[in-house]
Design a protein around this ligand. Structure first.
Ligand SMILES: Nc1nc2c(ncn2[C@@H]2O[C@H](COP(=O)(O)OP(=O)(O)OP(=O)(O)O)[C@@H](O)[C@H]2O)c(=O)[nH]1
Ligand SMILES: [Mg+2]
Length: 218
């Protein structure tokens, strides 16, 4: 069976995981990549429902069968790290029913700064924080911030309102992440979202033409 590349997106409650997905998936779609989303929530399946019926556009982000909601219960990191079996069984089904997919995106339920994905589950890890949590977070570090492949610092529009110093966040991210990348974004205006999409294309999909393009050529 084809193994479809997977990215995991984690971060604190409300940092913008779902909204980031909602913003970059259309960019990938426009470039011809076909994706599926597994949205983990602790109790509800609200985020997945929202992606199926995007209120802003009145149409779903993706066909309904490509957005899967999982209500994992317990601690969100359990379902993406300690025991990813729920997610893995959904992936197995996707790989068997939709072998032409280019990418599977797994959103974690909102968690804490020690969040990481099991390498069995995700090939690439995006950790997203927002400036409203305080400009201390890149400095405080934590497994998520330090070990992720791409750190996303969201809601830069709110910096002025909460007194967050973006220059300080940049300096601390550079120190704590060594050479690894990070981007500042604003999901409300899409500022920086293209950078995230380009990281995904370059780091995860690079070298693989969209399968839809390949199919067209055959
Ligand atoms: N001002 C502002 N608000 C944002 C931005 N990104 C997201 N939000 C808002 O932040 C709230 C939480 O966004 P979500 O995308 O639901 O966050 P999440 O991380 O998926 O939340 P959980 O899955 O519940 O942990 C929503 O009300 C968004 O509209 C941003 O860049 N700027
Ligand atoms: Mg969400």
């Amino acid at each position: 069976m084809t193994r479809i590349p997977r990215i995991g997106i984690g971060g604190p409650v409300g940092s913008g995981k779902s909204m980031l997905i909602e913003r970059f998936v259309p960019i990938l779609a426009e470039k011809g990549y076909s994706v599926s989303i597994i949205s983990n929530d602790v109790i509800s399946k609200e985020d997945a429902d929202r992606m199926r019926t995007n209120l802003a556009t009145k149409k779903g982000l993706l066909p309904e069968n490509l957005v899967i909601g999982l209500a994992t219960g317990g601690c969100p990191h359990t379902a993406i790290r300690e025991d990813p079996s729920m997610n893995l069984s959904v992936i197995e089904e996707l790989e068997s029913n939709h072998p032409d997919l280019d990418l599977i995106i797994i959103e974690s339920g909102g968690d804490n700064i020690t969040t990481t994905f099991s390498p069995i589950l995700a090939d690439y890890f995006i950790y997203i924080i927002d400036v409203a949590g305080g400009d201390k977070y890149p400095r405080k570090g934590g497994l998520g911030i330090e070990s992720c492949d791409l750190l996303v610092i969201n809601k830069i529009d709110l910096a002025i309102m909460v007194g967050a110093d973006l220059k300080l966040m940049q300096r601390d991210a550079e120190i704590n992440r060594k050479e690894k990348p990070f981007v500042f974004i604003n999901c409300k205006t899409d500022e920086g979202v293209l950078d995230v999409a380009e990281h995904i294309i370059h780091d995860v999909l690079f070298g693989s033409l969209p399968k839809s393009t390949i199919t067209q050529k055959v």
